[in-house]
Write a protein of this length. Sequence first.
Length: 515
Amino acid sequence: MVKDLSESVKWSLYAAMWVVPRLYVVPENVSGIIFLLKECIIFMKKIIISDLTLREEAKRTDLNLSFKEKLEFARELDRLGVDVIETAPLTGKKADTLLIRTLAALIKNTTLSCPVGMDVKSVEETWQAVKDAAKPRLLISLPVSTVQMEYVIHKKANVMPAFVEELVSAAKALCNEVEFSAEDATRADPELLIKIIETAINAGADIITICDTAGKMLPGELAEMIADLYEKIPALKDITLSVQCSDDLNMATSCTFTAIRAGVGQIKVASAQGANPTLDNISHVFHHRGDSMGIRCGIDMTGIHRALTRMSWLNVNDADSSNNRSASAEMALGEDFIIDPSADRASVDTYVARLGYTLSEDDLTRVYAEFTRVAANKAIGSRELDTIIASAALQVPATYELQNYVINSGNVMRATANINLIKDGNVLTGLSLGDGPIDAAFKAIEQILGHHYELDDFQIVSITEGREAIGKALVKLRSNGTLVSGQGISTDIIGASIRAYVDAVNKIVYEENMI
């Protein structure tokens, strides 16, 4: 039986027999081999995968994700089995807090890691945002090289250990899991780096990350550095050592797996192409060489291709515009079904699952309601259904709901809008004139709200093609200095615009109630 197995599996079996004293004889039946393999897997080292796409997105101009896209992306990673999702740090905007709190409620299995700022106050603010996550983590990320210490955070080397101790101690007092990330560690003074790492560990850090920010280190050099750190800092063996490699020399994946061989237990990846090793490349190596290296990860290897295909829009350049991003999504999904407009709820739920979504009962109800509305005017295929899901699911509670609207417009009269919104079961009506139908509609909504919001941006794009194409409207409102975006879809661009405005208002109201 054993001779028919692959070489890697055979060596895994032999290794298991040496490790588990009671298994000196290779079993001659399938159940015995399965048991043996399970025993072997137990002794394979689990490597933690931390995805920093959302954290890096805040620094990149070519990757501007909407609120909804960030939620869907994080949920995809959670479903895929990625261990850690890193968010962007809070910047003082309420929208940042809203995003992290929404992610905390959404993510069920993955650790949610949030970077803190440069003072104890920011540690407390970040904790308040992330504390309700199933697995919260606070991340302290500070430069440790002379150049970056002085020019990025304006600190001298002699004060850095105390500064690290202050932040890590404050984080550990609030959160059970704390990570300290040493930025530009590969260019730091070795003695200072050792002192800072020891300080962070003594202050309570559970994970220490070594960052090759400059991206100039070769695999062998990184292995030597890690071995030296393990030798000079015995406490590293009691916590998790992590690496973040840069791809400046196109060697990030090689450096990452060399670091794993050297003993690290966590690695940083990104789902979007950039300066970091990609999730695609890393998972590929795990799939083909993980058993021979004696390592494993929690990623669902059977579902990763589908997941990466669904997330292919991450690698669409900003210059390609929203239409190209939508085209990328269409290629990923494929126009492989058309739903009968009279389909019942159970049928629509089945199609939702075919697209790879796992929605809550409330989200499925909203998707079906939106499906019946759009299907009255447009045939619904996979691409249209995906757009409906993006619009209807994973939204904040709707304080205001659109009941109906009437627009009058022409070239010999000013546009008028009559809008009816529902709040707490009551119908609220707004009537206004405007410079065009959309302007009139927005003013009618403001009349209902009794408040004027600054319109920062307004866009309309076509999601599908043809005379009955579905259009998506994007509205960005500024409230108390905070930018909040809303989206709406419809075969009627005015209707899409109204829904987008109401969506943004609901987020503002929800955010104000949460703070």
